[in-house]
Design a protein around this ligand. Sequence first.
Ligand SMILES: NC(=O)c1ccc[n+]([C@@H]2O[C@H](COP(=O)([O-])OP(=O)(O)OC[C@H]3O[C@@H](n4cnc5c(N)ncnc54)[C@H](O)[C@@H]3O)[C@@H](O)[C@H]2O)c1
Length: 314
Amino acid sequence: MTSPIKRVAIVGTGVIGASWAAAFLASGLDVSANDVAPGAEVRLRKYISEAWPALEQLGLAKDASRERLTFSGDLETAVKSADLVQENGPEKIEFKRGLYEHLDALLDANVIIASSSSGLTMGSIQSACTKHPERCVIGHPFNPPHLIPLVEIVGGALTSEDTIERATRFYRSLGKKTIRLRKEVPGHVANRLQAALFREVVHLIAEGVVSVEDADAAVSWGPGLRWGVMGPTMLFNLGGGEGGIAHFLEQFTGPMNALWSALGSPVLTPELCAMIAQGATEELHNRPFAQLVSERDEVLLGLLALRNQEFVAP
Ligand SMILES: NC(=O)c1ccc[n+]([C@@H]2O[C@H](COP(=O)([O-])OP(=O)(O)OC[C@H]3O[C@@H](n4cnc5c(N)ncnc54)[C@H](O)[C@@H]3O)[C@@H](O)[C@H]2O)c1
């Protein structure tokens, strides 16, 4: 039997690491953070202070406190006595392999090393560990992890079932919604889904069918609103009426296959990137970055409050 996870080390306190740190503190855990960038500790504490009101709104754990954060620029000091390390370093395979080799040498066998990596497979990272590769797992969050519940869990060939189960229990104990991948694929699941949609968005913009702003509106005021409630298969199940998805497919198999073959496969050339950036600038209507973040977070908190009601969450 392993003891519950009470102390988490965060390695890399950039966009994702800082948000994870806020989430772990709000759940009443001790957090020990590490980053090598100058000014990283100040930026981390500022991020957590700014995120805290939203976390209070979501509900803090009984013992939650920002005072339970410590920071060290030294990796060994930061990970000492951690029960789990959440790694959020740069998305570069050679960097991660070197870091995992080092962490593996430093940490006791029962300490889980979870990577936030958006696209790298654990198999390609953990083979650098000579002692205990079985405790390495992907725990991939969505930005910002202190608000978005999804965590994708997937191990490499060397990851133990025990690690997957302990990581799943841990993230669930924080109120996260976990999904488990049955096999490794680059980009995991949710990023592949995002990429599939974005590919068609880019294709439609490149073909002059729609502006960047209207493509965004088509998603966020249309299917995106529904996707925040139920997944695409369940929604098509409703689209089939009382006959459900079976009836839906009877009716739409032909049109769906035809539409799939009409979808685009654009390539992000410099010209196309410039076109998208220009469209995004127009869509901003001069709103500053901080305003967009607070608009996103305010609406997300409202949606989460609704989704957390028992009748929706299975
Ligand atoms: N940004 C996203 O939307 C997002 C979402 C989910 C997962 N991820 C994943 O999270 C990880 C981090 O991404 P990010 O967007 O936070 O990147 P980021 O560049 O904001 O943060 C990376 C941090 O790692 C630090 N770092 C670099 N070398 C280090 C070292 N040797 N030791 C400790 N810290 C070091 C950097 O100083 C920086 O603060 C990546 O694996 C990425 O795929 C990112």
